[in-house]
Design a protein around this ligand. Structure first.
Ligand code: NAD
Ligand code: MG
Length: 386
């Protein structure tokens, strides 16, 4: 039996992970399950999967969690410190699936245990950058990329040496607004942006896919996971999301990983790594698909990938500022406070102000994140529509 912890168990990645665990119940012992504020959902999952501990980040919901787990023998805890305490418990695999910078501290705690971390929470790696990769090296931890593109690249890299890589191509669906004009984009509503053509995901990443900031964050994520140099990392729009990413080697061979648009495929590859396991996902029907198409990204209509590239080149605090400002902007868009096109504008404005010094430790990263949120909120006051 292997021991597993799932940070962000109530989310989309959490649900896909637990679906695979449910199908192989005898192989896994669940150590910890965590959630933000969905106490009743966490109670339901804890009663099914019997973890040692269930943690609710929002302490105001702890009473509800305690009540729901009374008499089960499962510990209930609340707040940020409890989240890190749970992430630090011994386990064979930690799935890092909290959304945004909120997942940074518990993910770092899991890394400091020197174990295996399946990383879906790209914002944590984007913000922490060197601080996280240095901790991975220092504590002998293993990061398994769970993001579908990075998982694809990780698989393609098994066939060659990183020194022999000529380029890495991240594919992007282009999102629901791929063919929209700028004028149409200006009036795009949250409901329209939340309808992703290929993937069923949490709200924040779905909006990031519509703005292409998801690909911008993934560009920085790839730079951190696969040290080939920024100039070798490319972005290609591929609306069918069948090819999840590609690696080109110096001899002219390009390897790609293909699969259905179902996160259970890359998650299964992390759960079973370095072996393989069954999933219930339907095999690819390439004849049914008929055609795969490819386009260059349009950074006029979707400036987010350019902002991310510039932040990656600037290094230091810039990626953390980009990611924090984007979190503020996406929340404001979802709350109806700003237009869709204001999301990237707000991120650009926040990056334009003086950047804090490069973070050297987790506390520095959290401080940069906090400062960037305050700045973005100030900019929001001048951007806010109606
Ligand atoms: P989601 O919104 O569905 O779930 C997020 C999870 O994080 C929930 O369990 C929620 O309770 C928890 N959470 C949110 N805020 C928190 C806070 N302040 N403190 C503690 N916990 C908190 O998101 P998701 O789509 O599952 O995405 C999770 C991560 O995985 C994101 O970083 C996303 O970019 C990445 N990712 C997701 C997909 C996907 O298909 N959903 C694909 C690739 C990468
Ligand atoms: Mg992805």
């Amino acid at each position: 039996m292997r021991a597993i912890t799932i940070l962000g168990a109530t989310g989309s990645i959490g649900a896909s992970t637990l679906d695979l665990i449910r199908r192989n119940r005898a192989e896994w012992r669940v150590v910890a399950l965590t959630a933000h504020s969905q106490a009743s959902e966490l109670v339901r999952l804890a009663r099914e999967f019997r973890p040692e501990i269930a943690v609710i980040a929002d302490e105001s919901r702890l009473a509800e969690l305690r009540e729901g787990l009374a008499g089960t023998g499962i510990e209930a805890a609340g707040g940020g410190q409890a989240l890190c305490e749970a992430a630090g418990r011994a386990s064979d695999l930690t799935v890092s699936a909290i959304v945004g910078a909120a997942g940074l501290a518990p993910t770092m705690t899991a890394i400091e245990q020197g174990g295996v971390v399946a990383l879906a929470n790209k914002e944590a790696l984007v913000s922490a950058g060197d601080v996280m990769t240095a901790a991975v090296a220092r504590f002998g931890a293993t990061l398994l990329p769970t993001d579908s593109e990075h998982n694809a690249i990780f698989q393609c890299l098994q066939a060659g040496r990183i020194e022999d890589v000529r380029s890495i191509t991240l594919t992007a669906s282009g999102g629901p607004f791929r063919e929209w004009t700028w004028d149409q984009l200006r009036t795009a509503t949250p409901a329209q942006a939340l309808k992703h053509p290929n993937w069923n995901m949490g709200a924040k990443i779905t909006i990031d896919s519509a703005t292409m900031m998801n690909k911008g964050l993934e560009y920085i994520e790839a730079h951190r996971l696969f040290p080939v140099g920024l100039e070798k990392i490319r972005i290609l729009v591929h609306p069918q999301s069948v090819i999840h990413s590609m690696v080109e080697y110096r001899d002219g061979s390009t390897l790609a990983q293909l699969g259905p648009s179902d996160m259970r495929v890359p998650i299964a590859s992390c759960l079973a790594w370095p072996a393989r396991m069954d999933t219930p996902c339907a095999p690819l029907d390439l004849v049914g698909l008929g055609t795969l198409s490819f386009f260059a990204p349009d950074e006029e209509r979707f400036p987010a990938t350019r902002l991310a590239r510039e932040a990656a080149q600037a290094g230091g605090a810039a990626p953390a500022v980009l990611s924090a400002a984007n979190e503020v902007a996406v929340a404001a868009f979802l709350a109806g406070q700003i237009a869709f096109t204001d999301i990237s504008a707000l991120v650009a404005q926040t990056l334009d102000s003086d950047l804090p010094p490069a973070p050297q430790c987790l506390d520095d990263v959290l401080a940069v994140d906090a400062v960037a949120r305050v700045r973005a909120a100030e900019m929001l006051e001048t951007t806010r529509v109606a």
